[in-house]
Design a protein around this ligand. Structure first.
Ligand SMILES: Cc1ncc(COP(=O)(O)O)c(C=O)c1O
Length: 322
């Protein structure tokens, strides 16, 4: 409310024209401080952050090496960049090294989710960073599912791997998951953000993020800094939920309950909603055919009794409809 009263409901224009308020700059500074980086740039979404970075640093003289299970926003970013794209098998560092070693292009970018939203796998970031260093490539890491969830106090996997200060490592994040707001950001060295301010088309030609979303994200970053236990609590809630459902222990806050048939997944999600539990439902094209699933997320402020109630409703719905 305070941000809206002070700066209005909209940012009024693109960031380089009239869409930068002091609260945007505060968020960028505090995000960079929290994540141990020189600088950050706030975009209107995580999707726009990925498009902006990869299309700015890609091009017809660049190779982009992308994990086969990367998020759709990365897939679209690769296409938009007009680079040659090499899709590598999931979390396969050797395949990334082979792709980089065989490149004809002047420049190369390796891009990966840090926590993969579909299967929860953690990317081998330290090994990828070493391979990128060896081949003079940029490493772009999408930390959408890691910030506020994994690493020291929720600082994510790049920080946990000790590669956050590397000049060739660029993080993208969303403000809409653990930070509970909307928008996205790029977290990187000052050299990278200075470049992006003048080259990332989704930064230059897109209206700045609404002040209310900026204010909410800023408050969330301050909460995370003030309480370093929040991230671990959210993961513990996901662990409890998975145990109650008989699902494998999750690597982050994401719990996937694979049901296979998309109609069954939809019907179970509808039944849960009727019975007071809102669950996400992923079906093709979000996941491959035959792997439709319920996608559940642990939250730090859920009570144990709430998690157990949710699990009971889900179990009953699956038993009745499968
Ligand atoms: C891994 C990943 N990257 C990027 C995004 C896009 O972020 P946003 O919703 O802020 O555009 C998402 C959102 O679902 C995501 O899961």
């Amino acid at each position: 409310m305070l941000a809206t009263r002070t700066w209005g409901t909209g940012a009024t224009g693109s960031r380089l024209v009239t869409g930068t308020t002091t609260i945007h700059l505060d968020l960028e500074r505090e995000l960079a401080e929290f994540l141990g980086s020189d600088d950050a740039l706030v975009f209107s979404s995580g999707y726009a952050a990925n498009l902006g970075v990869i299309s700015a640093f890609g091009g017809t003289d660049a190779l982009v090496v992308s994990d086969q299970l990367n998020h759709a926003s990365i897939v679209d970013a690769c296409r938009l960049s007009r680079s040659r794209i090499a899709i590598t098998p999931h979390c396969d560092v050797d395949a990334v090294a082979v792709a980089l070693a065989g490149r004809q292009e002047r420049r190369a970018i390796v891009v990966t989710d840090s926590v993969f939203s579909t299967d929860g796998a953690l990317a081998p970031l330290s090994d990828l960073a070493a391979v990128c260093r060896q081949h003079d490539a940029l490493l772009v890491v999408d930390e959408a599912h890691a910030i506020g969830v994994l690493g020291n106090g929720g600082r994510g996997l790049v920080d946990a791997g000790g590669i956050g200060a590397d000049d060739n490592v660029i993080r993208t994040i969303t403000l809409s998951k653990s930070l509970g707001s909307q928008g996205g950001a790029v977290v990187a060295s000052a050299a990278v953000t200075t470049d992006l301010r003048n080259t990332a088309r989704t930064f230059i030609f897109d209206t700045g993020l609404a002040p209310s979303a900026v204010g909410a994200a800023l408050r969330a970053v301050r909460l995370l800094r003030a309480d370093p236990t929040l991230a671990a609590k959210a993961c513990a809630r996901a662990g409890l939920l998975a145990a109650e459902l008989g699902a494998p222990p999750p690597t982050s806050t994401v719990v996937s309950l694979v049901l296979g048939d998309p109609r069954l997944a939809d019907a179970v999600a509808d039944r849960c909603y009727r019975d007071g539990v809102l669950v996400g439902c992923f079906r093709p094209p979000a996941v491959p055919a035959g792997t439709s699933r319920l996608r559940l997320t642990g939250r730090a402020n859920l009570r144990g009794s709430e998690v157990r109630f949710g699990a009971e409703v889900i179990r009953d719905a699956v038993k009745e409809l499968a």
